[in-house]
Write a protein that binds this ligand. Structure first.
Ligand SMILES: *Cc1c(COP(=O)(O)O)cnc(C)c1O
Length: 386
């Protein structure tokens, strides 16, 4: 089976992890700060807070921005469920903004329309908007940022797919157009720490809040104490935090992987361009790329042209049987049973629902060969013709 995504691990990666295993610290040692400093440098941002997953990063990002009961968070319906769940963890409510028909990202136009409507009807406005850079292609951040100034919401970029990409000349994650950016290092993503994620920000205040929240809300930093220190053993719990810490093993793997980040993104772009060529003439829509950005190309999503009798389920199943690990990113969040129970009717975001009926992710990962790609396309042709 050719998988839809796969990590790329070298001997150097393995040795970095083994070295940590032989060292004094498996957690809370020097590797995590070193990894954070490396991310700061690569994405050109002031602060990075490493945690045990992007899901945790999204949670503490929302908390640091003050999201709580009675607040509203908006995100894209075409994302992994974690992009919306983070708001529910904080006791807030979630709503969605339909996607752009060409990039499949949260549509900045739809966002504006929804804001205008909410304001005119005196409905609640969002406290935080979470644009998701689907497949590694940045959302229209300039427009979303200007709307945030007009309507007073904060922005958390869910860039789980997008490390190594850039938008209008600046690296995704530098928070030029947002308060916080989140990256995931799950094995299928661009680089991996097994499980793991980070939140980046230029705000010292937000960084300190997130550091506190990732480790029980407990601090040994005297400047954050509410009481007086009674001795060198003294620590205080000043917030209700969690154990969301990244381990030293994960950070060491991340540091080693980061060295190859640009190489991964370059390779993914080459593979994607080759797919563009190979798929020409087939009844599928290839991913549209905006000229003003560099996508990290996490996923290659095609839309099937569903005329004729073959259904998407049949094509999907034929490809899987042919050894092609196709996948689906994503089932619209608002159609999930859990979200239906919250009141979503499953048909309020027509562009997202239309996308879902046609979308299919075909394999893409750095160690893929031209032969693998030819195989994918060959099987796809067979499936489409059957
Ligand atoms: C993978 C992913 C997440 C969750 O990342 P984890 O590190 O697995 O918690 C969140 N949002 C998006 C868009 C993702 O693809």
């Amino acid at each position: 089976m050719i998988p839809y995504g796969k990590q790329d691990i070298t001997q150097q990666d393995i040795e970095s992890v083994v070295e940590v295993l032989k060292s004094d610290f498996l957690t809370q040692g020097p590797q995590v700060p070193k990894f954070e400093a490396a991310i700061n440098k690569i994405v050109d941002v002031n602060y990075t807070v490493a945690v045990n997953s992007a899901t945790s990063a999204l949670h503490i990002a929302c908390l640091a921005l003050g999201v709580g009961k009675g607040d509203l968070v908006w995100t894209s319906p075409i994302s992994f469920v974690a992009s919306a769940n983070c708001a529910l963890y904080c006791g807030a409510d979630v709503d969605f903004v339909d996607i752009d028909p060409s990039t499949y990202n949260l549509s900045a136009e739809e966002l504006e329309n929804k804001l205008i409507y909410a304001k005119s009807k005196k409905l609640r406005l969002p406290k935080v908007v979470i644009p998701v850079h689907l497949c590694g292609q940045s959302c229209d951040m300039e427009k979303i940022y200007s709307l945030s100034k007009e309507y007073g919401f904060a922005i958390v970029e869910d860039a789980s797919h997008a490390i190594g990409g850039s938008y209008k000349g600046s690296p995704v994650g530098n928070c030029k157009y947002s308060d916080i950016t989140v990256f995931s290092f799950h094995p299928v993503k661009i680089i991996t720490t097994a499980e793991g994620g980070v939140a980046t920000t230029n705000s010292l205040e937000l960084a300190e809040k997130m550091r506190l929240l990732r480790s029980h809300g407990v601090t040994r930093d005297a400047s954050l104490f509410e009481g007086d220190s009674c001795g060198e053993w003294y620590y205080e719990q000043v917030a209700l935090g969690f154990n969301y810490r990244m381990t030293e093993l994960q950070a060491a793997l991340g540091i080693s992987q980061l060295v190859r980040l640009q190489q991964f993104v370059k390779k993914r772009n080459e593979l994607a361009s080759r797919y563009d060529e190979m798929l020409r003439g087939l009844p599928v829509r290839i991913p549209y790329q905006l000229p003003e950005l560099v996508s990290s190309r996490h996923l290659y999503v095609i839309l099937l042209d569903m005329e004729g009798d073959v259904t998407k389920a049949e094509i999907f199943s034929a490809l899987r049987q042919g050894g092609i690990g196709v996948n689906l990113h994503y089932i619209p969040i608002h159609t999930q049973p859990y979200y239906r129970k919250l009141g979503f009717d499953g048909q309020s975001f027509p562009v997202a629902e239309g996308y879902y009926s046609q979308a299919l992710s075909i394999p893409l990962y750095p160690s893929m060969t031209e032969e693998d790609q030819l195989n994918v396309v060959r099987q796809l042709k067979i499936a489409l013709a059957s």
